[in-house]
Design a protein around this ligand. Structure first.
Ligand code: ZN
Length: 570
């Protein structure tokens, strides 16, 4: 039995994510986790919310709530939506957890002891009214280049000129509007990534089978220009992990917190601790410490392409720099972007379909199937309502749903609600079994390789093979002349329903559960032996006719949704 540690990039806390976010990490990670479990492997599948940083503070202020309360509420919301999409996390943690605080401080202490952290004095804008330092983008003023009066301290949105806050004319706080600002000196900690360039490069070179895209992005960051840069790991904020050197105070760093980019990935480890502390597991170190049993773990991360540099360099720098035997990632599966109906999904602009809205109009399986079968793997892909309607109606309703419905209803009307007996396989059945065997082995190989679209294509072909068999064998005709042969055909087809439920569960878990229930079996064993798997339901085994497995999307509905989602979410 293999052991798989699987993590999805952790979504930021300030709001509900859109379908592009879902298909860019959480959903394909879930597909892989479900597949590995179905194969009998041991899986620990973790995700969390990323809760620190200024955007969380500002979102909380906008909602009129203390930031801790806001984050707790939003975590519950995101967790509920994840359940709605049937994301099978073993634990959905929080980067604001006590476990992550202790672990982040521990890593910082280890890095300091290794001489990989240096102090830097910087000049930063302080707002007397707000009683805090302002990050560049929270200072507004008039652009010295074009005169735009809402330019931000890091960039003018109007003329795109890169700015320093001190360039702005009449600068003011974007939080309070106050102009009572001054430049103060402040000290920050920097992680000396530049010192780790060779070690990181060596490590990347030992990664086997990484896509060229992943390694080339990492190498570019390592070698372009002056090479990998040192990076600030602290901020003058109130909300975050307090800066400490392990368990000790850090002189000069009082009142500061770690930068969110530093503590967020450490939450991958902390989430495993939270999983144990929540009573769901017993030993997290055997997943994360190579000196405590994690040597045989295969660790796979899922993320959007914009997160690749971070997971190939920054987080490994933290882990390698600690000098401790933590598990490093074995494989990174990254995704391009999903676009929405001729433009981009946008959280800030409220454009596209958001996860909560999707579940309000259709069950999770419809979305899961479309998103996964159109995953933006080799290039960006696009969501259109026409394509969604066609895919749901053809693949799910016409092919899979129709098969289940026809077979069970026919059996009930001509035989009974039990698997019929009699008859023996002929060449047509042998040919079907051969086709299925070939395709199921191909499906396994694609799933193992995390080729999501190819996997979906193979699964669809497996469904189609059953439909073609049924069409060709035509038991409703056979029944008139040779009821025994028809019984054999329907027995095979009923067994196919169970087989489809098992194979399809990683993609469409609810429909699969419904099919298993209709077949009145809990035997979800993987079809390593296809002929054997097609004889599991024996003559006399009772079943029920399920309610509609998939319904079709009408043109009126499609047009309604097109209209409903054409505007901007408020
Ligand atoms: Zn400008």
């Amino acid at each position: 039995m293999a052991r798989h540690l699987i993590t999805s990039a952790i979504p930021y806390i300030n709001g509900i994510k859109h379908l592009g976010n879902l298909v860019g990490s959480q959903l394909p990670a879930d597909l892989y986790a479900r597949f590995q479990r179905a194969r009998g492997n041991e899986v620990l599948f973790l995700c969390a919310t990323d809760e620190h940083g200024t955007p969380a503070e500002l979102a909380a202020a906008k909602a009129g709530k203390p930031v801790a309360e806001y984050c707790a509420e939003m975590h519950a919301v995101q967790s509920g939506i994840a359940d709605g999409f049937r994301l099978s996390f073993d634990h959905f943690g929080r980067s604001s957890s006590e476990q992550n605080k202790v672990l982040t401080q521990h890593f910082a202490g280890r890095l300091a002891d290794a001489g990989l952290i240096r102090e830097v004095s910087e000049k930063q804008v302080y707002s007397n009214t707000d009683g805090r330092f302002l990050p560049d983008r929270y200072i507004e003023g008039t652009c010295p280049n074009c005169g735009y009066d809402k330019a931000r301290g890091d960039q003018c949105e109007n003329c795109t000129k890169q700015l320093d806050p001190t360039d702005l004319i009449d600068p003011r706080s974007a939080i309070s509007g106050s102009t009572d600002l001054e430049v103060r000196e402040t000290k920050h900690l920097y992680l000396c990534q530049s010192q780790m360039k060779d070690q990181l490069e060596e490590w990347i070179d030992t990664r086997e089978g990484w896509p060229i895209l992943t390694t080339s992005i990492a190498k570019k960051w390592l070698t372009d220009g002056d090479g990998l840069q040192d990076r600030g790991i602290t901020r003058d904020l109130a909300w975050g992990v307090p800066v400490k050197k392990g368990t000790e105070d850090w002189p000069g760093m009082e009142g500061k917190v770690f930068y969110v980019w530093f503590d967020a990935p450490i939450e991958y480890i902390a989430a495993a601790q939270e999983w144990v502390d929540a009573g769901k597991g017993t030993d997290w170190e055997r997943w994360w410490r190579t000196d405590k049993g994690a040597d045989d773990v295969r660790y796979t991360q899922f993320m959007g392409k914009d997160n690749v540099p971070f997971h190939t360099l920054s987080f490994p720098a933290t882990i390698l720099g600690s000098g401790e035997p933590w598990k490093l990632v074995d494989y990174i599966k990254s995704f391009n972007y999903l676009n929405y109906d001729g433009g981009q999904f946008s959280t800030s602009q409220g454009r596209g379909v958001f996860m909560d809205q999707a579940l309000e109009i259709l069950p999770a399986d419809y979305w899961r199937w479309w998103l996964l079968s159109h995953a933006p793997e080799s290039s960006d892909s696009e969501f259109t309502w026409e394509n969604f309607q066609t895919s749901v109606n053809k693949d799910l309703a016409d092919v899979l749903g129709n098969f289940v419905s026809r077979v069970t209803k026919f059996c009930r009307s001509k035989f009974s609600e039990a698997v019929p007996e009699g008859g023996a396989y002929g060449p047509r059945e042998e040919a079907l079994i051969e086709t299925l065997s070939t395709r199921i082995r191909a499906y396994e190989a694609h799933m193992e390789a995390m080729d999501v679209r190819k996997s979906a294509g193979e699964l669809r072909a497996i469904w189609v093979a059953g439909n073609e068999y049924l069409q060709d064998a035509a038991p409703w005709t056979t029944f008139k002349t040779d009821p025994e042969a028809a019984a054999m055909q329907i027995r095979l087809a009923l067994n196919l329903i169970r087989l489809y439920a098992v194979l399809s569960a990683p993609f469409i878990p609810d429909a699969s559960a419904q099919m298993m229930e209709a077949m009145q079996t809990e035997d979800d064993s993987w079809p390593d032996d296809v002929p054997g798997a097609l004889q599991l339901l024996t003559p006399g085994h009772a079943f029920t006719v399920p309610d509609v497995t998939f319904r079709k999307i009408s043109d009126e509905e499609r047009e309604g949704w097109q209209e409903q989602f054409s505007g901007i979410r408020s």
